[in-house]
Structures are given as structure tokens and as C-alpha cells.
Design a protein. Structure first.
Length: 293
């Protein structure tokens, strides 16, 4: 009996193999139409593939979009950082260019002041409330800076040293409204005319050159320089150019409006100029006047 079942199983296996080989051979034939089992199997497989692939592709696309978004965020953050750095570098380059230009101009000016003793300094402080009156430089008594020394830029005179400490000094600008801030000036022409820089017109941004003789022939664009007669400033430091001339209220003298050569608003580097010649004492000048009288 057991031998019968063994033979029966073997016969079933052989028959199954034969049927399988026959089906494989049948399926390999070139046929225009599929059998219904093949068609059913193929349609079922395709349906399952579509059903599975759609959510899989959606999930894969979602995670891919999330990754792209993260990469975009990182790139955007990095680009913003680079833009901030670029803006900082651009600002630094502009500042260095400006400093380089000012220092070159001052160096050229220094070469032309061989008869004086110029000392280069940098502006380190300026009060917004007194912007047009005072500024602080980084040189003081230890560098030989003394009160009443002239202070210039490459464009012209800006003021004088008001006070000097060990390491810093305070500079009083020509645009200061201090009535005692006077400078003896000369108008360059065939016949030089003299006056005093006294005051500043804030609205026009012009210096006032007063006490010019009433019969003096003053023309527009004539240069105004320091006369050297005040006993403090060296001679021939540029102050500015004449813009207009008007008589005073009594007609005894004239007042010239002078456009400063230097920019009082934007000052970064300056030179403190020490007069080379001996400066007369103020009392000596007063005594001489009294003797003349």
C-alpha cells in the first residue's frame, strides 16, 4: 500500500512537470491573443502594481520635496550670510579707499609745506551737538601739539587747536560761532587786500571775511589765504574762494562771503601745522601798536 502511494505521488509530479513544460512552451509561442488565465493574471498584476506604486511614489516624492526644501533653506541661509559679508566688505573697501585718498592728498600737501612743521593726525571724536564747532584728534602734547596751531586738510584750513592734552587735542573749526575765533586773511590779487575771518553763515555754508577796505576791488573766485600777520598761523594756507562781496551797513568796509576749500562736515585726517618762523608775543604786538599811537 505505501509503495502504491509513493508511485502515485511520483506520477502526479511527473504529470505536473509535463503540464508546466507544455504551458511554458505554449506561452512562448508568438500569439496575438492571450488566454483568459494569462489575461487575468496580467491584469491582476498590473492593478496591484498601480495600487502599490502610486502611494509609494507619492511618499518618495514627499520626502524628496522635503529634502529639496531643506537644501534650499540651507543654501538661502548661506547666501544671506555671504551677502551680509559682501556688504560689510564693500563698506570696508569704501572706507579704506577714502582713507587712502585722504592720506595721499595729505602726503602731497605735506611735501609742499616744507617751510612749516606739519604733523599728521586722525579725527577720533566729534560731538553731534557741536558738529560744526569742535572735533578731537589723536595727537597731543606728547607729539608737540600746542594751542593755536593751525589745522588743515589737503583742501585747506579748517581751524586751530583750542586745547591740548597729553595724548589728544581739541580743534576749533572755522565754522564755530565763537566771536573770538578770528583769522587774519589775505585776498590774492594784483594788489592784495586784507581782512579778518569773523563768523560763519550756516544757511549758506560760507565764511565771513570782514573789515575789507571799502574801495578794495574784490572779484569772485579770488583765493583767500592766511596772511601770516596774526602772529599765530603760517602764511599762505588756503582758506577758500570769494563767492560774493557786500558793503557793511555803514559803507565803511566790505564783507566777502568765502566758500571754504575744506569740507567741514566730513573730516577724517588732518595736519597740525606749526609755524616755522618765530611767533611774536601778543603783548609785544600790543605794545608796538601803543608806541605807534
Amino acid at each position: 500500500m505505501p509503495q502504491f502511494f509513493l508511485n502515485k505521488r511520483l506520477i502526479i509530479l511527473l504529470v505536473s512537470i509535463i503540464i508546466l513544460v507544455a504551458l511554458i512552451g505554449f506561452s512562448l509561442k508568438d500569439r496575438e491573443n492571450l488566454t483568459w488565465p494569462e489575461q487575468f493574471l496580467k491584469d491582476t498584476t498590473g492593478f496591484i502594481q498601480n495600487a502599490v506604486s502610486s502611494p509609494v511614489n507619492y511618499v518618495a516624492g514627499f520626502f524628496e520635496n522635503v529634502e529639496d526644501l531643506q537644501n534650499t533653506y540651507k543654501e538661502n541661509k548661506e547666501l544671506k550670510t555671504r551677502l551680509d559679508e559682501l556688504a560689510r566688505l564693500e563698506s570696508e573697501v569704501q572706507r579704506l579707499k577714502k582713507d587712502n585718498t585722504e592720506l595721499r592728498e595729505i602726503l602731497d600737501k605735506k611735501d609742499s609745506l616744507s617751510e612749516f612743521e606739519p604733523k599728521q593726525a586722525t579725527v577720533i571724536g566729534r560731538n553731534p551737538d557741536r558738529w560744526h564747532e569742535l572735533l578731537i584728534i589723536n595727537k597731543g602734547k606728547n607729539a608737540g601739539i600746542e594751542p593755536n596751531m593751525a589745522v588743515i586738510t589737503s583742501k585747506g584750513l579748517i581751524g586751530k587747536v583750542k586745547s591740548s592734552n597729553t595724548f589728544t587735542s581739541t580743534v576749533q573749526l572755522l565754522s564755530s560761532m565763537d566771536p573770538t575765533n578770528r583769522i587774519s586773511a589775505e585776498i590774492q590779487a594784483e594788489k592784495s587786500e586784507y581782512g579778518l575771518i569773523e563768523g560763519y553763515d550756516k544757511e549758506k555754508g560760507l565764511l565771513l571775511l570782514k573789515r575789507i577796505p571799502y574801495d578794495a576791488k574784490i572779484k569772485k573766485d579770488q583765493n583767500v589765504i592766511t596772511s601770516g600777520l596774526g602772529g599765530v598761523f603760517p602764511k599762505s594756507l588756503l582758506i577758500g574762494k570769494v563767492v560774493d562781496v557786500v558793503p557793511d551797513e555803514f559803507g565803511l568796509t566790505q564783507t566777502a562771503y568765502v566758500k571754504p576749500g575744506a569740507d567741514f562736515y566730513d573730516i577724517g585726517h588732518v595736519m597740525v601745522v606749526k609755524r616755522g618762523a618765530l611767533q611774536p608775543e601778543l603783548m609785544e604786538m600790543v605794545d608796538e601798536k601803543e608806541e605807534e599811537l
